[in-house]
Design a protein around this ligand. Sequence first.
Ligand code: MD3
Ligand code: FE
Length: 200
Amino acid sequence: MTPGLRYFPGFLALEAQRQLVETLREAVAEAPLVTPVMPRTARPFTVRMTNLGPLGWVSDRAGYRYQATHPVTGRPFPPIPEQLISIWRGVSGYPHDPQACLVNFYGGGAKMGLHRDGDEEDFSAPVLSVSLGDTAIFRMGGPERGGKTETLKLASGDVLVMGGQSRLCYHGIDRVLTGTSTLLKDGGRINLTLRRVTIP
Ligand code: MD3
Ligand code: FE
């Protein structure tokens, strides 16, 4: 495994997962999921997204960036749930709280191409991911595009921490295995990524 990548399978018990989904339902009612588009081409993502916390990651014709307000409602994003902050404090090993929680929703057929997370200023902070709902095939590569890759199944309740060298490695979601979880009423997968954006 890539140095700096830490995997915690089944980190969240079922009750904790249910509690988080309930909190997310309320947050998404306030800050609805949007279908982002790729810069320049305006090609839509298959993943729908929203954010929690003081900053949110958005993609539109103009580019990728972090901003303080929801791209459709113009309102600030709801706060990052305490449950997530406490996971971050417990496993990130980073002395400052996360500033952004990107919420990715994968419905039928959604995937995410191989990419690097490069829109943050602070690469010394890890990225922490929490998976909920259907299992995903996650692909992890190295620091260069075209290098060798390996896959890992991410199931509901799994936590992944990308620190050190893994922080700038290529990664993506090949596909989601429909019907592998009953956590979400209408199926699908939610991935939450907690991030630091600015230098402390
Ligand atoms: C490895 N999300 O939002 S989470 C993303 O499941 C993203 O929705 C995927 O990639 C998802 O940017 C993967 C696991 C993950 C997140 C960030 C990483 C792996 C990472 C950053 C660097 C290396
Ligand atoms: Fe990513």
